[in-house]
Design a protein around this ligand. Structure first.
Ligand code: NDP
Length: 328
């Protein structure tokens, strides 16, 4: 199989030099295993953390070993009852064109009108992140104001639309006028182009009733602005901090964190994998919102396994609208 490996650990922003290509011979199928042909591979911001040699909630990628993440593939050969040749599956796959995988770690994708790649985005990890982060932790009420940063991306675009379903006023921030126009089409009330002017000024102006829920995908100046705009008893859901992932040293934290005391804020960090018990409800709700036309989603496809590094690096320059997916 062809594979993309981590050849060196990035310092700051990842570059093409950090990735390599090699070929491996796959082992023959053991019991309970299937041979999966990769159709779609996911690149996600959290993978940046796995490129560092540091302890976190997922272990680091090893040097000269393939990167890995969520994937969708087709069963080509099976040694497992219940998994037939031609079945579409999703689960963790190495950045390879073919993988031998343990069937018990794969989920069969049901045939439906929703394309299989959606299991990497709206019906997969990012969609579930939006769902549990917003509903279980942010708990928006009808008429409240929700602010979500990174709103043009996989998680953020879902958060904003789900907050509309909950009856909130929704403000989203994203880079560029095109992404902002897309947010308005998706039903956001206000879209802030953070590249146009400082996020602080724009948010203070947009949040005429203050912010009751902030869903943070970006950190840094966005978090400072959100803290400043909060109402008493607002909830801040810390999901990601993509503006900080490539920093070589820690930047000073929000200078206005004392707002948390004054305004009795609830600030919660979370990791989606702790919320697996919500999976069935998530899939049921989101599938029906999609078929009812209440929720839509975008995907940006980058073609070819060899272009997976470009796709991954593109997350940090805003190349994607909606979910970034490598299509093989
Ligand atoms: P996205 O689809 O949102 O892709 C990343 C986007 O981030 C880019 O398109 C870009 O959009 C934006 N971005 C990149 N750099 C910056 C910057 N310096 N400042 C502001 N925006 C920036 O990714 P996901 O939806 O997959 O993930 C969103 C966030 O959620 C990430 O922080 C991720 O780590 C986190 N996450 C957390 C999980 C959890 O369990 N806690 C699970 C999944 C994701 P733009 O053009 O707008 O700049």
């Amino acid at each position: 199989a062809h594979q993309i490996v981590l050849s060196s650990r990035p310092k700051g922003h990842p570059t093409l030099d950090n990735f390599g290509r090699s070929d491996v011979e796959l082992p023959s199928l053991g019991e309970g295993e299937v041979l999966v042909k990769s159709l779609f591979l996911s690149v996600d911001p959290y993978m940046r953390g796995r490129m560092n040699d540091a302890k976190s909630y997922v272990p680091p990628f090893a040097i000269d070993a393939p990167l890995a993440g969520g994937g969708v593939g087709e069963v080509i050969e099976s040694n497992t009852p219940g998994f037939a040749v031609g079945d579409l599956v999703t689960g963790m796959l190495a950045w390879r064109d073919y993988n031998v995988a343990e069937a018990k770690h794969l989920l069969k994708i049901p045939t439906s009108s929703i394309p299989a790649s959606a299991y990497l985005g709206i019906l997969g990890m990012p969609g579930m992140t939006a769902y549990v982060g917003l509903f279980d932790l942010g708990k928006p009420k009808k008429g409240e104001t929700v602010f979500v940063s990174g709103a043009g991306g996989a998680v953020g675009s879902a958060v904003g639309q789900m907050a509309k379903i909950a009856g909130a006023k929704v403000i989203g921030s994203a880079g560029g006028s095109k992404k902002c126009a897309r947010l308005i089409e998706m039903g956001f009330d206000v879209a802030i182009d953070y590249k146009e002017a400082p996020i602080m000024n724009q948010l203070m102006e947009a949040a005429t009733d203050g912010v009751d829920v902030y869903f943070d995908n970006v950190g840094g100046d966005h978090l400072v602005a959100a803290l400043e705009a909060t109402n008493d008893f607002a909830r801040l859901v810390l999901c990601g901090a993509i503006s900080q992932y490539n920093n070589e040293t820690y930047q000073p934290g929000p200078g206005n964190l004392f707002r948390a005391i004054q305004r009795r804020l609830t600030i919660t960090g979370f990791i989606v994998s702790d919320h697996g018990s919500r999976r069935d409800e998530f899939l049921k709700d989101v599938s029906s919102w999609i078929s009812d036309g209440k929720l839509t989603y975008d995907e940006t496809f980058v073609d070819g396994l060899e272009n997976a590094p470009e796709a991954f690096m593109g997350l940090f320059s805003g190349l994607n609208t909606g979910k970034m997916v490598v299509r093989l």
